[in-house]
Write a protein that binds this ligand. Structure first.
Ligand SMILES: Cc1cc2nc3c(=O)[nH]c(=O)nc-3n(C[C@H](O)[C@H](O)[C@H](O)COP(=O)(O)OP(=O)(O)OC[C@H]3O[C@@H](n4cnc5c(N)ncnc54)[C@H](O)[C@@H]3O)c2cc1C
Length: 311
């Protein structure tokens, strides 16, 4: 019997509405599942399709020619946070993949535990944070992971631990999978994160809310948050900081169309108006080339670039 998905399926959906750069082409099919069971039903029903799973699009550049694959957006669908264990010394939460990372930070602080504060300024979902091993200020997402639940392309669920993955700076891949050999692939595995169990420890001095405020203030002071962007465009190379190298080359303010290397933070590219994805991508390559020529460092994008160029 055909599965009738209760979620929302749209055709030719402009991805500019779903990525933080507010630029890029359309997805031929765009699906927002209703919940976990619906996601399972949809994937099973469309087992011949190729999927791109996304969260809040805060680390994505979709080229202007758009995506011929089906995009599945977790944000808005898998959005439950459940307390699994709450003891004096530890808290374990089960967090679904569509939950915004800042919500996890606020929840943990409110309950009186610590270790999630860094997530407060990462404007993506927990699924995206797991896929990217998102981090800042000395913390990374996988530091607090106990287990994850994933779903594969056949719609089968798996429970996994950190030991099942190669995990490093902004890199996560299932061990022994072909993807683990390709560090910057679009998706870290052919499985998607559905939920995770996250462990946090007691915060006897109840400092969480204050730390979150301080970290957010640091971001407001140093990042161009008022303009569409995707956070740090390049990974920090082993030799130092991408922003420092870009600034050293005098590239702040460099433009392609309406895309600009931010004056406030050199590792950010902002959309100052009507930038298209091609403007942004060309600017990425110009920055890469200049830093290579002047500093001999090959910067690698942290942002995921997907989709077709406009024909
Ligand atoms: C202002 C700003 C500040 C930022 N600061 C930081 C920072 O401090 N540290 C940091 O690490 N990042 C930062 N980022 C980048 C971004 O927020 C993170 O990478 C975030 O974790 C991406 O989550 P997302 O839901 O937006 O993922 P998306 O951008 O939607 O997707 C990113 C990648 O994750 C994959 N993905 C998403 N969900 C899943 C899932 N459920 N299962 C499997 N794969 C999935 C996608 O396929 C894609 O490859 C910042 C971005 C902005 C705009």
């Amino acid at each position: 019997m055909t599965y009738l998905s209760p979620g929302s399926l749209r055709k030719n959906e402009p991805m500019s509405a779903h990525v933080s750069w507010r630029a890029g082409g359309s997805a031929q099919l765009f699906y927002v599942p209703l919940n976990r069971e619906d996601l399972f039903g949809f994937v099973r029903e469309h087992s011949q399709s190729v999927f791109h799973v996304m969260g809040l699009g805060s680390n994505l550049l979709v080229r202007d020619g758009g995506l011929s694959e089906t995009v599945i957006q977790m944000h808005g669908a898998l959005k439950e946070i459940k307390i699994i264990t709450q003891l004096a010394h530890e808290l374990v939460l089960e967090v679904e993949a569509g939950v915004p990372a800042p919500k996890v930070a606020r929840t943990v602080a409110r309950l009186g535990y610590q270790g999630a504060e860094f997530l407060a300024g990462i404007p993506g979902t927990m699924g995206g944070a797991l896929a990217m091993n998102a981090g800042c200020y000395g913390h990374e997402t996988w530091d607090c992971v106990q287990t994850v639940v994933t779903m594969d392309e056949e719609g089968c669920f798996h429970e996994r631990t950190a030991e099942d993955y190669d995990i490093s700076y902004r890199h996560v891949a299932l061990k022994n999978s072909s993807e683990s050999q390709i560090p910057h692939r679009l998706q870290p595995t052919n499985e998607w994160f559905i939920a995770s169990k996250l462990r946090f420890i007691n915060d006897p001095l109840r400092q969480g809310q204050r730390i979150i405020k301080e970290l957010l203030a640091r971001r407001v002071a140093s990042q161009p948050l008022g303009q569409p962007n995707a956070g740090s465009v390049f990974r920090n190379p082993p030799e130092g900081f991408a922003a420092q190298l870009i600034e050293q080359c005098g590239l702040k303010g460099l433009r392609e169309g309406s895309a600009e290397v931010s004056q406030k933070h050199a590792n950010f590219i902002v959309n100052t108006g009507n930038a298209c994805a091609t403007d942004i991508e060309n600017l990425i390559y110009r920055v890469q080339q200049k830093v290579w020529e002047e500093c001999g460092v090959s910067l690698q994008p942290e942002v995921r670039i997907i989709g077709n160029t406009k024909g």
